[in-house]
Design a protein around this ligand. Structure first.
Ligand code: B12
Length: 212
């Protein structure tokens, strides 16, 4: 099994070619996709975040690292497929208004799709009105929201309020997540559940829908 240090370094530097090569090397030498994700890619993004906070790197480098991570994820996307093609439920997912972070949301989508949910991804900067519109249009089982900024978390509350106003809150379960989000916050704003990571998003979604 590969030690994933070189992969993390390549993601921190935003060196797409080396990072892809290191990801492939790790897959070939038997590291699981989950291991590569947790100990290579996410560790790297955490370090990028730390360096950004300290003023050691800036938005363009953060963006480059994000692109690098997304390119690496493409190499093992298919490994998350469980081979179950019957939908366990319909999920509308998006990053909330004002927020452009999408790696975590994409990972949640990828894992949920792999676990048999059908996903409608609204992308980033999704307004409460847009969530409501999509709920009317496709009648999902779950609305899943992601926020990475403490300043955009309130949009989750506003979306839940908008679902109530539109009379559809009782028809969908609401799941939230993202680095600054907590279980306590989910309870405060009246979400049905919170997931700290993509794996738990799958488990929580199955739990709230009562499917296995
Ligand atoms: C990459 C990055 C960017 C990229 C995003 C590119 C992209 N395509 O996503 C760019 C450069 C655009 C960016 C911009 C900014 N960023 Co930024 N960014 C990051 C960084 C380094 C990594 C985020 C990431 O992708 N992590 C990896 C993924 C896999 O983790 P994740 O998103 O947390 O997702 C996991 C869980 O949270 C969970 N999850 C996520 N969503 C959901 C949803 C559901 C339903 C569930 C159940 C679970 C779940 O599952 C995921 C997988 O396990 C973080 C630092 C960090 N460590 O988080 C800062 C960070 C989030 N950014 C920050 C800031 C300040 C900004 C800017 C304001 C900077 C600026 N001055 O312009 C802008 C804001 C732009 C905007 N309007 O959104 C701060 C936020 C501080 C705060 N708490 O508010 C952070 C924490 C950096 C820091 N330490 O200061 N950023």
């Amino acid at each position: 099994m590969s030690d994933l240090k070189a992969l993390s370094e390549a993601v921190i530097k935003g060196d797409i070619n080396s990072a892809r090569a290191e990801t492939q090397k790790a897959l070939d030498s038997g590291n699981s996709a989950q291991d590569i994700l947790d100990n290579g890619l996410i560790t790297a993004m955490d370090e990028v975040g730390r360096r950004f906070s300290k003023g050691l790197l800036f938005v363009p480098q953060m963006l480059r690292s994000a692109k690098t991570m997304q390119e690496c994820m493409k190499l093992f996307e298919s490994l998350f497929q469980e081979g179950d093609i019957t939908s366990k439920g319909k999920v509308v997912i998006g990053t909330v208004k004002g927020d452009l972070h999408d790696i975590g949301k994409n990972l949640v989508s990828m894992m949920m799709e792999g676990a048999g949910f059908s996903i409608v991804d609204l992308g980033v900067d999704v307004s409460p009105e847009r969530f409501v519109e999509k709920v009317h249009e496709i009648e999902p089982d779950i609305v899943a929201m992601s926020a990475l900024l403490s300043t955009t978390m309130p949009s989750m509350r506003l979306t839940i309020e908008a679902l109530k106003q539109a009379g559809v809150r009782g028809k969908v379960k609401v799941m939230i997540g993202g680095a600054p989000v907590t279980d306590k916050y989910a309870r405060e704003i009246g979400a049905d559940c919170y997931g700290p990571d993509a794996g738990s998003a799958v488990a929580k979604a199955k739990e709230i829908l009562g499917v296995s």
